[in-house]
Ligand binder design. Structure first.
Ligand SMILES: Nc1nc2c(ncn2[C@@H]2O[C@H](COP(=O)(O)OP(=O)(O)OP(=O)(O)O)[C@@H](O)[C@H]2O)c(=O)[nH]1
Ligand SMILES: [Mg+2]
Length: 460
């Protein structure tokens, strides 16, 4: 194909996207989730259920399917040529090869576009046409980068204050004690500024890694310190929040402030503009179980991080003009992930606990009259629940050596745990996927309900 042909195709695709958006036949779905929340597994599961929707007995709540109006679903090229395609096939391949594995943690942004062909059930459209198309765009990205978004609304000073408040929390104050000492020592030495800041930034980065890997904490900024991507080793990352109990040398301020602004302008803004504008539907995916297991500090940070994050998105109702110019999010699914770690009677508790964590944000959504709903789902379910003869609920699955295991199903608190519950602690199983090649669609929990909530009104 010649360059002109390619360009013409791209322009006409853009024009078609605009028409589709105006006609309400285009959904861009943002899956908002911190690192490890299960975004990649959820996207894989949603694609899997949609692509294998025909003859799929596990989608009773997806109306377009149960009303037999679904003609077909297929993957089509995304018009955004500068972004890698989400490697759905590699994810399925990992899950269904021998031995099975979870897809890798995401290292960069990837997009995928799905076309859903269906028979309209209502209005003029159903009389005029037997077939209609809904375009669905999905984006995957490393969760670490998401938490940079709230930094767009803060200057260096605000950010430092907020991070310093956080660093005074019990667990963090231990983790950062040595680093604070090193900052204090560096102030006294009269070393080269750039070198000193780089060293302290590297040290800070290591403490953030510890917060994540050793303590399961969540509110970790800047995200590129955890996963630098193409910025590995770049001077853009040589900054850190200033500890508010120390006096900053005057000569350091302009350097730290300009690095921070550079990070906002050149790293966060393009990421936000490219991937987080122009969405009209959102999934907020939260792994409440891992946070419970990591302890009270972790759950408190998760709550803070989620509510801060939700301030970064535009909520509102989409008039025809808005749909064309700057769509806003008009429906939000708050989703507790990995529901296959517990037995179904515990799912209501997962939802309730999530509701409590997200209370501040859901008040904002109610105020804006944005429709939201709580779910407990598994993008890819790797355990089955069962019952012993004595009535004990159990979970059956496989461990990472491929051995079949059966465990007593653990409990989830419906509200913030008491100090006694924290003392006892929470533990959830880590089942391993164990699927065979060609096994499609993979099992899930409630993805049909989630898909119906997110897409159902556009598939009528
Ligand atoms: N049992 C179960 N485990 C899941 C499910 N989804 C994710 N997991 C587990 O959670 C881990 C992280 O899931 P990912 O989908 O990679 O999470 P992510 O949000 O994409 O994480 P990043 O790419 O690092 O931002 C997986 O490797 C699994 O161990 C699920 O539906 N059920
Ligand atoms: Mg991922």
């Amino acid at each position: 194909m010649s360059r002109t042909d390619k360009l013409t195709r791209k322009v006409s695709q853009r024009a078609r996207d605009l028409v589709d958006r105006g006609l309400d036949r285009h959904i861009r779905l943002a899956v908002t989730g911190l690192s490890g929340a299960g975004k990649t597994a959820l996207l894989t599961g949603m694609l899997e259920q949609l692509l294998y929707a025909n003859d799929n007995p596990t989608l009773p709540y997806l109306n377009v399917h149960s009303q037999q109006r679904l003609h077909g679903v297929r993957l089509v090229p995304s018009p955004n040529w500068s972004v890698a395609r989400f490697d759905y096939e590699a994810a399925i391949n990992a899950l269904t090869s021998e031995p099975s594995n979870w897809p890798q943690s995401t290292r960069d942004v990837a997009e995928i576009r799905v076309e859903i062909n269906y028979k309209p059930s209502r209005g003029l459209a159903s009389k005029l046409s037997d077939s209609r198309r809904l375009t669905l765009d999905l984006v995957d990205y490393p969760g670490e980068w998401l938490l940079d978004l709230p930094m767009l609304d803060q200057d260096y000073n605000d950010w430092s204050q907020q991070q310093s408040r956080l660093a005074r929390q019990p667990l963090r104050s231990d983790i950062f004690a040595d680093w604070h000492q090193r900052v204090e020592n560096s102030i006294r030495n009269n070393d080269d500024i750039d070198k000193t800041l780089r060293r302290l930034a590297n040290d800070y980065q290591q403490q953030l890694q510890r917060c994540k890997n050793e303590f399961g904490l969540y509110f970790l900024q800047p995200g590129r310190h955890l996963l630098p991507g193409e910025l590995a080793g770049a001077p853009a990352l040589d900054f850190f929040p200033w500890p508010s109990h120390l006096t900053m040398p005057e000569s350091w301020r302009p350097v730290l402030e300009s690095k921070y602004r550079y990070y906002q302008d050149k790293v966060i803004k393009p990421f936000y503009k490219e991937y987080f504008q122009n969405y009209n539907r959102q999934v907020v995916l939260v792994d409440v179980l891992s946070a419970l297991q990591a302890g009270e500090n972790a759950l408190a940070e998760l709550k803070l991080a989620l509510n801060e994050l939700m301030k970064s998105f535009d909520y509102g109702h989409n008039s025809l003009l808005k749909r064309l110019v700057a769509p806003q999010i008009d429906k939000v699914a708050l989703v507790a992930a990995k529901a296959d770690h517990v037995a179904p009677p515990q799912h209501a508790n997962m939802r309730q606990l999530l509701a409590q964590l997200m209370q501040q944000s859901s008040q904002q959504l109610s105020f804006e009259r944005i429709q939201y709903q709580l779910f407990a789902t598994a993008g890819v379910a790797v355990s089955q629940s069962g019952e012993r003869p004595d009535g004990t609920l159990v979970l059956d699955g496989y461990d990472d050596t491929g051995e079949r295991v059966r465990i007593k199903a653990p409990q989830v608190p419906a509200t913030w745990p008491s100090s006694q519950q924290w003392q006892q602690g929470f533990a959830y199983p880590r089942f391993h996927p164990h699927f065979s090649s060609g096994q499609s669609p993979l099992p899930h929990i409630r993805l049909d309900q989630l898909l119906e909530f997110l897409l159902g009104d556009k598939l009528r």
